[in-house]
Design a protein around this ligand. Structure first.
Ligand code: ADP
Length: 575
C-alpha cells in the first residue's frame, strides 16, 4: 500500500546504477560505519569458512591418494607372494632332470623373487626386496628403515603391514613392508636341523612353522604423487579464493545497494530535516522492501511535520496579528494617558501654583490686613496645596518613568553640598516636629555621577518619611560613606519601624503598610516607588532595614563620578 502511495514519481530500482567511487567506510565522528563492519565481518567469516574447507579438503585428498598408493603396494605384494608360493609349490618338479634324478636348479622362491625384483627395478622406478635381519645374500640385507620394521614385526605378531613415507637417495618415497612367516615349503631349506647346510649350501636357520622369516619390502616413488597433490591443491586454492572473492563481493554489493546506500540517503535526508528543510522527498530514494517502506514512513513523517509547521506558522501569524492589534490599542491608551497627564499637569498644577502664590501674598499681608485666625486658615490652605502639588508631581514623575519618558541629566555632583542643602530644607520641619536632625557626611567623599534634582527628590522623600513616621523627641540621621566605586547614603530614624513582611512591599507604588493606620499619616504610597525607580535609573540599589518600634534605616547607592575620584579640597562645615 505504502509503496503504491509514492508510485508516480518513484524511480525504478536499478542495482548497478549510481555507485559511489569510494563509499566512506567510516560513520559519523570517525567511528567504524556499517560498511566497514559489514565488509570486515563478511570477509572474516567467509575467509574462515573457506580456509577450513580448503584445509579439510586438502587433507582428504592426501588421505585418498595415500590409500590408493597403499592399495597399489598391496596388489604388487600379493602378486609377488603368489609367484613365490607358486615356485615353492613346484620345487620338486623344478629340481629334477628329465630322467627323474635330483638336480638343484637354484630356482627357489628367494632366488626367483630376487631375479624378478631386479628386473622390476630395471624396468620401473618401483623396487621390491626380500629382506631379513640375518640375510643369506648381502644384497638382501635390510636398510635402516627395514631393520626397524623387522624388529617391530618380531615384537608385534599382530602387525600386518607397515606403510610410511621415507626418503631414498634424497627423493621422497613411500615404503610398504609385509611380514613373511615360515611355511611348510620353507622348512626344507630354512628349518631344522639348524646349522646343517641346505640344498643350496647355506646353513639352515632352524626356523619352525609360523615363525617370522623376513619381510617383503616395496619402495614406491612419491615424487610424482607429491607433484600431483601440489597441482591439485593449487588448483583448489585458486578456486577457493575466487569463490571467496565472488561471494564477498556479491554479498557486499547487494548489501551496499539494498541497505547501505538507501540508508545513507535517508540519513542525509534526516540531517536536512534536522536543519529545518522539510521539503525533502524520501520517495525518491532508490530502495526496495523494508527500506522502501521506511522511506515511505519517513516521507509521511516529513509531510506531517510540514503540516504541523504550516499550522504553527498560521497560528503564529494569527497571534502576531492579535498582538499587533493589542499593541495598537495599548499605544492608543498610552497616548490618551500621556495626553491626560499633560492636561492634568496644566489643569491641576497651574491652579495649585497660583493658589500657593496667592496664599503667600495674603499671608504676607500684601493684599491687606489679616487677623490671627485668618492667617492660620491661610497656612492650612498653603500646606494642603503644597501636599497636593507634591502628590501630582510624584504621580506625573512615576507615570513618566513607567512610560520610559523620564531622562536623567547627569553631572558630577558634590554629595556634601547636595545632602547639606536637603538637610537645610527639612530642618525647620524637624524643629517644628521636635525631632533632632543630624548630618554625618565626611569631607573627603568622591564626586558622584547623578542628576542633582532627582537625587535631591530621593533624599527629601526619605527625610520626609522619617519626619512623618517618627514621634516627637526622636532622632533622624542623614549619613553618607564612600564604598568602592559608589557612595552610600542612608536616612535613619527612631520612628515606628516597619514589619519584616512589609519591607519589600513598601517599594511598590500605592503600597502603604496599613491602609487604615496610615490614614493617620498623610501620603499616597508613591514616594518609595519613585525613589526606587530614580535610584535604579542611576545604576544604584535601594533597601531598608527596620525593626517595628525601634526605627528604620533607608539606604541607597549612587555611582561615583569616573575620573573624579578625589574630592577637591573645599571649605565646608559639617551639619
Ligand atoms: P507614603 O506617601 O505613604 O509615605 P511611601 O512610598 O513614601 O509612601 O512609603 C510607603 C509606606 O512605607 C508608608 O506608607 C509607610 O507605611 C512606610 N514607611 C516609609 N518610610 C517609613 C519610615 N521611615 N518609618 C516607618 N514606615 C515607613
Amino acid at each position: 500500500r505504502k509503496m503504491k502511495r509514492g508510485g508516480g514519481n518513484q524511480p525504478r530500482f536499478n542495482l548497478f546504477r549510481g555507485w559511489p567511487a569510494f563509499p566512506s567506510l567510516l560513520g559519523q565522528g570517525g567511528r567504524p560505519g556499517l560498511r566497514l563492519i559489514i565488509a570486515g565481518g563478511l570477509l572474516l567469516v567467509m575467509t574462515a569458512v573457506m580456509a577450513t574447507n580448503y584445509i579439510w579438503t586438502s587433507r582428504q585428498q592426501r588421505q585418498q591418494a595415500l590409500l590408493s598408493l597403499r592399495a597399489e603396494a598391496q596388489v604388487i605384494t600379493a602378486q609377488f607372494m603368489s609367484m613365490r608360493a607358486f615356485i615353492a609349490a613346484h620345487q620338486d618338479r623344478i629340481n629334477y632332470d628329465s630322467q627323474g634324478r635330483f638336480e638343484f636348479k637354484h630356482l627357489n622362491p628367494a632366488a626367483v623373487g630376487k631375479g624378478v625384483a631386479d628386473l622390476l627395478r630395471r624396468n620401473s622406478d618401483y623396487s621390491i626386496k626380500q629382506t631379513r635381519l640375518a640375510a643369506r645374500d648381502p644384497e638382501n640385507a635390510p636398510d635402516a628403515f627395514e631393520r626397524q620394521a623387522l624388529i617391530r614385526f618380531s615384537r608385534e605378531p599382530a602387525l600386518k603391514e607397515i606403510f610410511a613415507p621415507d626418503t631414498v637417495n634424497g627423493l621422497p618415497v613411500y615404503r610398504y613392508l609385509l611380514p613373511m612367516y615360515a611355511e611348510e615349503a620353507c622348512l626344507e631349506c630354512h628349518g631344522e636341523p639348524k646349522g646343517v647346510p641346505d640344498v643350496a649350501g647355506y646353513p639352515r636357520e632352524g626356523l619352525h612353522r609360523g615363525e617370522l622369516a623376513g619381510a617383503l619390502s616395496i619402495t614406491v616413488p612419491a615424487e610424482r604423487f607429491y607433484a600431483a597433490l601440489w597441482t591439485h591443491r593449487m588448483g583448489y586454492l585458486g578456486f577457493t579464493l575466487a569463490l571467496l572473492l565472488a561471494t564477498v563481493l556479491t554479498l557486499y554489493l547487494l548489501l551496499e545497494r539494498l541497505v547501505l546506500r538507501p540508508l545513507t540517503q535517508l540519513q542525509a535526508l534526516a540531517v536536512r530535516m534536522g536543519q529545518g528543510d522539510l521539503a525533502v522527498d524520501p520517495e525518491r530514494i532508490e530502495a526496495v522492501g523494508e527500506i522502501r517502506e521506511l522511506a515511505g514512513e519517513f516521507g509521511a513523517m516529513a509531510r506531517q511535520l510540514r503540516r504541523f509547521y504550516e499550522e504553527l506558522e498560521r497560528r503564529v501569524q494569527e497571534r502576531t496579528a492579535a498582538l499587533q492589534e493589542a499593541n495598537r490599542q495599548l499605544d492608543q491608551a498610552n497616548r490618551l494617558q500621556a495626553e491626560f497627564l499633560a492636561n492634568m499637569t496644566h489643569e491641576v498644577r497651574t491652579p495649585l501654583t497660583s493658589i500657593i502664590a496667592f496664599t503667600e501674598l495674603l499671608l504676607n499681608q500684601v493684599l491687606g490686613e489679616t487677623n490671627q485666625e485668618q492667617r492660620q486658615a491661610l497656612r492650612d490652605i498653603q500646606e494642603s496645596a503644597q501636599q497636593l502639588l507634591t502628590l501630582v508631581n510624584d504621580l506625573l514623575d512615576l507615570t513618566r518613568i513607567e512610560a520610559g519618558r523620564m531622562e536623567l541629566h547627569r553631572e558630577a555632583v558634590d554629595p556634601l553640598d547636595l545632602l547639606q542643602s536637603c538637610a537645610r530644607t527639612v530642618a525647620p520641619l524637624a524643629q517644628a516636629a521636635q525631632l533632632h536632625l543630624e548630618v554625618d557626611v565626611p569631607l573627603e567623599l568622591p564626586l558622584i555621577d547623578a542628576d542633582p534634582d532627582r537625587l535631591r527628590q530621593v533624599v527629601l522623600n526619605l527625610l520626609s518619611n522619617a519626619l512623618k513616621f517618627t514621634p516627637p523627641g526622636g532622632r533622624i540621621c542623614l549619613k553618607a560613606r564612600a564604598q568602592g566605586e559608589e557612595v552610600t547614603v542612608s536616612v535613619s530614624d527612631t520612628g515606628i519601624g516597619i514589619r519584616p513582611e512589609d519591607q519589600d512591599l513598601i517599594f511598590e507604588k500605592f503600597r502603604q503598610v496599613d491602609g487604615s493606620a496610615t490614614r493617620r499619616y498623610r501620603g499616597a504610597g508613591l514616594g518609595l516607588a519613585l525613589s526606587r525607580h530614580l535610584v535604579e535609573m542611576h545604576g544604584g540599589r535601594i533597601w531598608v532595614r527596620s525593626r517595628p518600634g525601634e526605627g528604620s534605616t533607608f539606604g541607597f547607592t549612587v555611582p561615583s563620578w569616573r575620573g573624579h575620584r578625589s574630592r577637591l579640597p573645599q571649605p565646608a562645615a559639617r551639619g
